[in-house]
Design a protein around this ligand. Structure first.
Ligand code: BG6
Length: 465
């Protein structure tokens, strides 16, 4: 809803459009509008509507009471939609995955799966390969693949689109973007937040399903894929699929050494004390659910063979920080004395701010001694400064893409299945590993085993260098 409001504010929502809320509560349109109004209090100030703006936005809002599990209720939606003819109907399905099948079947039974219909599916789309496949099969029975928009909001983040621009709009990095020049790549998605009110959901999900199977792997695809033959959705998705298919298969040894799971204990985040995961509402006090994952993988193809890709994500970490760090190889032979520092590195910052940092070595300032001491310097491209802070946010961008029928930034079913296929051995391994996740104090960078894992290759996480 905040994203739709931003689109409304920016004047990009199609004229004459309607936003129809669907839910089990017995609410009038007016009550629904008041509910939405009250929820905007939780949105950051700059993105809240003024009274006048909300009055105009509220004109678009309607509510239909409907229990999605009851076939008879679909007639209400049909009747509401029939009141005004629409060129496009976008159904945004953010329900429990157990309802996806029913929803699709009932949409078809009610004749709502017309060529004008587009369906957005919010994750989790299943909890393993089999359940994901089952969902995809039902969806396929009633909708064409071009009508299905599997959303991964990380693909809508401006920094990810900039990554495509950096890689495929410039020739500069392409010759370097390979095993001969890159030592390792690190993808970090760190959150300060805990599980908040989603304890019960998170208990059966965990960080691997919540963040790695989707967001982190999509980032890995964006960084590792070959240049697509054009910018069409399937050209891009074909290349991402190839990356997922090339991920090194897991061996028992790799599962034991290269995947670290953690769970937050009590600690301090941003100066405030926080409770342990096991004390959160809805969480089993003996829970083995992971709130942190760090892993090492490789893309087994000519471009990347042997280059470690590290993925790390977790809740209650030391900062809200999502970034991709590309560490280039050092010079083959050193002719300067260089101070210790970070160089030969490209950082793609996703949040809290998005931008690029290129870390180089430059001649230091010590003219007196006329010494050839190099010092690390940083070239910054701050996208907020360059393009302003009022840029289109991830969900806003993605929703507008759905309305326009652009699938580039949405995930195809085969990509999703391949990602599940790859994470499944990890889930299986954990099922049989009675040790459970390692505890880490809230407000740290996760269990020390995560640093030990990367140190085995002779590297360290970017914040440790
Ligand atoms: C969601 C996860 O997909 O992404 C949440 O379900 C997580 O657990 C969120 O907090 C992170 O998104 P962002 O955009 O805040 O990094």
């Amino acid at each position: 809803m905040p994203a739709l409001f931003q689109a409304f504010r920016h004047g990009t929502l199609p004229a004459g459009g309607r936003i129809i809320g669907v839910g089990r509560d017995d609410m009038s349109d007016e009550q629904y509008r008041n509910l939405i109004r009250s929820r905007f209090d939780q949105v950051e100030l700059a993105k809240r509507p003024s009274q006048d703006e909300f009055t105009r936005f509220a004109d678009l809002l309607e509510f239909v009471r409907m229990d999605l599990s009851k076939p008879a209720d679909y007639a209400r939606l049909t009747a509401t939609l029939a009141r005004r003819k629409a060129d496009t109907v976008v159904m945004y399905v953010a329900t429990a995955p157990s309802l996806f099948t029913t929803v699709c079947e009932q949409l078809a039974a009610a004749g709502l799966n017309t060529p004008q219909t587009r369906v957005v599916l919010e994750k989790p789309l299943g909890h393993d390969l089999a359940s994901n496949r089952a969902i995809n099969e039902t969806v396929r029975r009633v909708l064409g693949e071009r009508q299905v928009f599997r959303i991964d909001h990380y693909l809508g983040k401006p920094a990810v689109q900039n990554l495509f621009a950096l890689r495929f709009g410039n020739a500069l990095f392409e010759p370097l973007w390979r095993r001969e020049h890159i030592a390792n790549i690190q993808i970090t998605i760190a959150e300060e937040l805990g599980v908040e009110q989603r304890g019960a959901f998170y208990e059966t999900t965990g960080a691997l399903r919540d963040m790695v199977q989707n967001h982190a792997l999509q980032l890995l695809c964006a960084i590792g894929m070959e240049p697509p033959i054009n910018s069409h959705a399937d050209a891009i998705r074909d290349e991402k699929l190839k990356v997922l298919r090339s991920l090194k298969p897991w061996t028992a040894e790799a599962l034991a050494q290269d995947v670290i799971r953690g769970q937050y204990g009590a600690g301090t985040v941003a100066g405030a004390p926080v409770i342990a995961y096991r004390e959160e509402t809805g969480v089993n006090p003996q829970s083995h659910t992971e709130t942190f994952v760090a892993l090492r993988t490789e893309i087994s193809n000519w471009r990347w063979a042997g280059v470690p890709f590290y993925i790390r994500t977790g809740k209650r970490l030391a900062g809200r920080d999502a970034r991709i760090v590309v560490n280039f190889r050092p010079t083959p032979h050193a002719i300067f004395n260089s101070q210790i520092g970070v160089a030969n590195r490209l950082v793609i910052n996703l949040q809290p701010k998005d931008g690029l940092e290129l870390h180089l070595l430059a001649q230091g300032q010590d003219n007196r001694r006329n010494s050839q001491t190099l010092a690390p310097v940083q070239l910054d491209l701050d996208f907020d400064k360059r393009f302003g802070t009022e840029r289109v946010g991830a969900y806003e961008r993605l929703l507008l893409d759905v309305i326009d029928g652009r699938l580039n930034l949405f995930v195809r079913s085969d990509e999703q299945e391949e990602a599940w296929r790859w994470v499944e051995p990890i889930l299986e391994h954990w099922k049989n590993d009675m040790q459970g996740p390692r505890l880490y104090a809230g407000g740290t960078w996760g269990p020390s085993a995560s640093s030990a894992m990367i140190a085995r290759d002779g590297f360290c996480w970017s914040e440790e260098s």
